[in-house]
Design a protein around this ligand. Structure first.
Ligand code: G1P
Length: 290
């Protein structure tokens, strides 16, 4: 059973500079909630009970966001703003949140290694903050947890991307022809050049890993981008244990990409009762002039 999840949130957010000078990219809002809250909620909905957020020195606002704010709460209660009080009080309810600082940003593999003591000797989930998944039914990470119940081995959450986008992702090579969403892998490579990309099956920021991964992360050499890459450690893990990929069935937003981020805001706005009619009218009006 998977009880623990790791959410790395220590990156610089260079794609969203200059705002990320002062605001951690994980707190960029989808209207009134930060993107990272959707990631935390996905884990909670999947039944994860303990979540470790890996942060860095300029990310204290993330810790504050998930903490109680007694002063604000008492003001809201004094003003009889019950609804707002419950809004702030219920953030990330349902799981224990833990935080650790990654003292230097040496790459995703290094970030996940910081979770070793927290994880101990059990399988765990990793959710990257740039990848937001929306489903009507089973949350993305829960789909993979269900697959793990069968395999008991590491699973990389994947999606098909265009060949010209393969250089942005970890790319998987299945061992045999795919017959369903779950397939055993024989290779994985971090951000290959387009000409040599072995497939279009890209890691979409979700992982179920066995604790064996830490053996490899501990001595993982730097790879692509001169960073300690999680993908490289997974490739080495593959020599010892089976590793699978699972095609996630959900709508994905890469909220580190500005156009996807705007789309997420529009889609979430169109779901909000207090906003959807006004937003529809606004979009129609704007579309006329395009
Ligand atoms: C990371 C991983 C990559 C994965 C991607 C998914 O890259 O290293 O394998 O495909 O996340 O979003 P990043 O986008 O952080 O550079």
């Amino acid at each position: 059973m998977i009880r623990k999840a790791v959410i790395p949130a220590a990156g610089y957010g260079t794609r969203f500079l200059p705002i990320t000078k002062a605001l951690p990219k994980e707190l960029l809002p989808i209207i009134d909630r930060p993107t990272i809250e959707y990631i935390v909620d996905e884990a909670i909905k999947a039944g994860i009970t303990d979540i470790l957020l890996i942060v860095s020195s300029n990310k204290n606002a993330i810790i504050d966001y998930f903490d109680y704010n007694i002063e604000l709460e008492s003001i809201l209660l004094a003003k009889q703003k019950e609804e707002e009080y419950h809004l702030v009080r219920n953030i990330a309810k349902g799981a224990n949140l833990h935080f650790i600082r990654q003292k230097e940003q040496l790459g995703l593999g290094h970030a996940v290694l910081q979770a070793e003591a927290f994880i101990g000797n059990e399988p765990f989930a990793v959710l990257l903050g740039d990848d937001m998944y929306v489903t009507e039914g089973t949350p993305a990470i829960k789909q993979m947890m269900d697959a793990f119940d069968k395999t008991k081995q590491s699973i990389l959450g994947t999606m098909e991307v265009a060949y010209e986008d393969t250089y942005k992702y970890g790319i998987c090579t299945p061992k045999e022809e795919k017959k369903g969403p779950l397939v055993e892998l024989k290779d994985v490579v971090e951000k290959p050049d387009i000409e040599v990309a072995p497939s279009r099956s890209a890691i979409g920021g979700r992982y179920i890993l066995t604790p064996t991964i830490f053996e490899y992360l501990k001595n993982q050499q730097k790879g692509k981008g001169n960073e300690i890459q999680l993908t490289d450690a997974i490739l080495r893990l593959m020599k010892k244990e089976k590793v699978y990929s699972y095609d996630i069935d959900a709508k994905r937003y890469d909220v580190g990409n500005k156009l996807d981020y705007v789309e997420a805001i529009l889609d979430f706005g169109l779901q909000k009762d207090d906003l959807k009619e006004g937003l529809k009218a606004l979009i129609k009006e704007k579309a006329k002039d395009l």
